[in-house]
Design a protein around this ligand. Structure first.
Ligand SMILES: NC(=O)c1ccc[n+]([C@@H]2O[C@H](COP(=O)([O-])OP(=O)(O)OC[C@H]3O[C@@H](n4cnc5c(N)ncnc54)[C@H](O)[C@@H]3O)[C@@H](O)[C@H]2O)c1
Ligand SMILES: O=C(O)C(=O)C[C@@H](O)[C@H](O)[C@H](O)COP(=O)(O)O
Ligand SMILES: [Zn+2]
Length: 354
């Protein structure tokens, strides 16, 4: 078992079978629990619900639509209605069991119900474990863009059960590696060394390095969010690759995996930094090499610039008319690039669509 403390406020447990121990971390005085899971994870959701009932908690399981279809105001409103019907109070809890989409939704509903009730996160994807379930960013999408409505609401605990990864499709595991590699580029180059030493192994939860990769990425996230929960400055580095990545997701109506879009977004950010004279060609090439070695995409089709630029202007790092990007000066040296020229933006797009 491995435990990462997030600034002393809560713990991220990484252990086979720990999803069976949700009742141990719900806290005192809890009478009711709402366990939110996607239909694909009904088995784990119901197991968690049963384990809470065994401890005398009135637990209800509720299935939500798969992937980004869960992150809507309509689904959130259905859950608020359920909480109201079952009389959930401020001492009751919500449990998110699923990938990042479900932990984002469950966290958002917990943040807003009665202006905030506790949430326990039980991520079931690699991406959920290393990123979405940790750090308290919660949210839903609107027709205008990704994660445009949300709140900062840290969980009471995060339980990463390595056993549940056995059923995760390889493509989804690989998509989660994009956020792991992101942590390597922004803070912890040992992650890059580990992936480069065995790229094939990195693509499976059974590899000798899997646990170390997961733990290192969680430590990067925990360290950053414990210093800057509300993203006043430092936390922006976790958004590396997301300005262009979120724009791709929106243009594709959320049919591409988040991690895949972020992988392309990191190559875009690296090309942009290179065009702005901030980053060496060698580090840009390292982005393409390490991402493609695990099967992540590094290119995007041409012809979508106008829609991508419109979407990028809704990024939360934008200030007024000023587009702002997290870029690198070198590996583990993130900085901000504010107001890149139209030529630099287009040069980077041409480079990723080449
Ligand atoms: N809040 C944050 O800090 C944060 C960080 C990163 C990403 N995110 C969000 O996370 C989302 C992406 O998360 P994701 O990549 O986990 O996608 P996801 O939640 O869509 O899960 C991917 C797919 O795997 C299925 N699945 C989940 N666990 C499974 C398992 N163990 N076995 C079999 N199938 C399983 C899901 O049903 C889904 O079809 C995006 O919406 C992104 O914006 C949030
Ligand atoms: O935790 C953060 O902060 C991040 O930016 C992590 C990202 O991987 C994640 O996708 C996040 O949801 C993006 O947030 P947004 O503020 O750009 O919507
Ligand atoms: Zn992300």
């Amino acid at each position: 078992m491995s435990v990462v403390s997030v600034g002393g406020d809560y713990e991220v447990v990484i252990e086979s079978g720990c999803s069976r121990r949700v009742a141990d971390v719900v806290g005192d005085g809890v009478q009711r629990a709402l366990v939110v899971h996607p239909d694909s994870m009904r088995g784990v959701g119901e197991r968690v619900t049963a384990s809470l009932r065994d401890r005398g908690i009135d637990a209800y399981a509720v299935g939500v639509p798969d992937a980004e279809d869960a992150k809507t105001a309509v689904v959130a409103a259905e859950l608020w209605a359920l909480l109201g019907r079952h009389g959930f109070t401020r001492t009751d809890v919500i449990v998110g069991v699923g990938g990042g989409t479900v932990t984002d939704l469950a966290g958002f509903v917990a943040a807003t119900w009665l202006r905030g009730v506790p949430v326990i996160q039980v991520p079931t994807t690699l991406l959920g474990m290393v990123d979405a379930a940790v750090g308290g960013k919660t949210g839903i999408n609107t027709a205008e863009g990704k994660n445009l409505v949300g709140s900062f609401h840290p969980p009471r605990a995060v339980l990463c059960d390595m056993d549940v990864l056995a059923t995760l499709p390889r493509e989804d595991y690989v998509a989660g590696l994009a956020e792991v590699i992101k942590c390597g580029f922004i803070v912890d180059p040992v992650i890059l060394d580990l992936v480069e030493s065995d790229p094939q192994g990195a693509t499976t939860p059974d590899s000798p390095h899997a646990l170390e990769l997961i733990e290192r990425a969680i430590r990067v996230k925990a360290d950053v969010v414990s210093q800057d929960l509300r993203e006043s400055s430092l936390r922006e580095i976790l958004n590396y690759g997301h300005t262009f990545g979120h724009a791709i997701e929106q243009v594709e109506h959320y049919r591409r995996r988040h991690g895949e879009a972020v992988a392309i977004g990191m190559v875009y950010a690296a090309e942009l930094a290179c065009a702005a004279g901030v980053l060496s060609r060698e580090v840009v090439d390292r982005h393409r090499a390490v991402l493609s070695s695990v099967g992540l995409p590094t290119a995007y089709e041409s012809g979508h610039w106008a829609r991508l630029e419109t979407a990028m202007r809704r990024d939360k790092k934008t200030r007024g008319a000023l587009l702002r990007f997290v870029v690198l000066e070198d590996v583990a040296r993130p900085v901000r690039l504010e107001g890149p020229t139209e030529e630099q933006l287009r040069t980077a797009y041409a480079a990723v669509s080449a």
